[in-house]
Design a binder for this molecule. Structure first.
Ligand SMILES: Cc1ncc(COP(=O)(O)O)c(/C=N/[C@H](C(=O)O)[C@@H](O)C(C)C)c1O
Length: 388
């Protein structure tokens, strides 16, 4: 399946059989009411539906649109990652897999996968760049306490792209027994479709909750941060056909998109193949993939989901970048105006939404997806707190 010119399976022959098996497992699961009942039975474990409520003081601060918050940070384990991890582990069980592997950067996806494996009794190994092991130590402790093995990956830049490459290398030689739970809407088909399908619980709930609170109407804009693209495609996809709803994705502008230190793949990248899929990539003129930077580990990735690349190409969604400093501003605003400490990843969406809200009228409405909570980040923010 492709998304316009994007998507596909650019992988070695060795992976074709297991991707076909996964595609069949995914399609039979989504067609099976028993699977959806199993998934729905997990809602009380996750804490679904996550709440949608007004951000009164943030709205007042901006003096423009009414701002609403979709609280994926309140899910069990602290982010939206649990939605996809649980669904993929259910599918792995239906495929008779005994072992689960995952990659992680911020550690949230690793914790979500370790949690799902503890819940369903599968062996779990998480690959994590050694640099990320250092900067997200809290989540490494959590993964280990949950019974997962954490493999610190020391080659390359020791961050997410190396962890993902290592996870694929391990998977190729363990295909029969192992399912790779990919953490974002990236990778070869069927992963982008599969991950977006399970994350679209975010946008579907938002649409229903907002209508109930606002006489059946739609919001005027929905905003989400963009790393690999799972929380954004999950929030955007249910609104894709509602053309009156603006879709705004906020990427990691790092030290500035005019510098070499950022992860703004859709803002300044261009079409290419990366991690098995045709999408947008941050690359130089010879196609060498750039090293990236972001204050948030979860957005620190040179690729992005092919569905977002197609929405950029078609103009259905708009993408902007927020720098590290602007994300820290968003982190501070939500903490001090709403009493909610957001993940640094989500802080990018807060900043982008605040800028947009200021250009809109008080009778218009914006929903921000708060993809995760900031406990994991308070240590690194504390270092820059005086400047906050
Ligand atoms: C709280 C939070 N918010 C947003 C993101 C960005 O991931 P997407 O929603 O897939 O764009 C993340 C991404 N976290 C991943 C992780 O925890 O491993 C990330 O580092 C990798 C899966 C890409 C996140 O943790």
């Amino acid at each position: 399946a492709t998304f316009g010119d994007f998507g596909g399976q650019y992988v070695p022959e060795a992976l074709h059989a297991c991707l076909r098996e996964l595609e069949q497992g995914f399609e039979s699961a989504v067609a099976d009411p028993i699977f959806w009942k199993e998934f729905k039975d997990l809602y009380s474990y996750i804490g679904r539906p996550s709440s949608l409520h007004k951000a009164e003081r943030l709205t007042e601060h901006c003096g423009g649109a009414q701002i609403w918050l979709k609280r994926e940070d309140l899910n069990h384990t602290g982010s939206h990652k649990i939605n996809n991890a649980l669904a993929q582990v259910l599918i792995a069980k239906r495929l008779g897999k005994k072992k689960i592997i995952a990659e992680t950067g911020a550690g949230q996806h690793g914790v979500a996968t370790a949690t799902a494996c503890a819940k369903f009794g599968l062996q779990c190994t998480v690959f994590m760049g050694a640099e990320d092991v250092r900067r997200q130590a809290l989540n490494v402790f959590r993964m280990r306490i949950l019974g997962a093995e954490v493999v610190a990956v020391t080659n390359g830049t020791k961050t997410l792209r190396d962890a993902t490459s290592e996870a694929f290398r391990f998977w190729v030689s363990n295909l029969q027994t192992t399912h790779y739970v990919v953490g974002s809407a990236i990778g070869p088909h069927p992963y982008p479709t599969l991950v977006r399908t399970f994350q679209s619980v975010i946008g579907n709930e938002t649409k229903e909750q907002f209508a109930k609170l606002n006489d059946g109407r739609l919001p005027d804009a929905v905003v989400a941060c963009v790393g690999g693209g799972s929380n954004s495609s999950g929030m955007f996809s249910p609104f894709e056909k509602d053309l009156s709803v603006k879709l705004l994705g906020v990427e990691a502008g790092g030290d500035g998109v005019d510098t070499a230190h950022h992860s703004a793949t859709l803002t300044v990248g261009r079409p290419g193949v990366f991690h098995g899929v045709k999408t947008y990539v941050l690359q130089d003129n010879d196609g060498q993939v750039h090293d990236t930077h972001s204050v948030s580990a979860g957005l620190d990735y040179p690729g992005v989901g092919p569905e977002l690349a197609a929405w950029k190409a078609s103009g259905r969604a708009e993408f902007v970048a927020a720098t590290d400093a602007q994300a820290l501003e968003g982190f501070k605003l939500l903490s001090q105006l709403e009493g909610i400490i957001p993940a640094l990843e989500s802080s990018h969406a807060v900043y982008g939404a605040v800028q947009l809200a200021k250009t809109m009228k008080p009778d218009q409405h914006i929903v921000i997806n708060i993809s995760g909570r900031g406990d994991k980040d308070v240590q690194s923010v504390a270092e820059v707190l005086p400047k906050l």
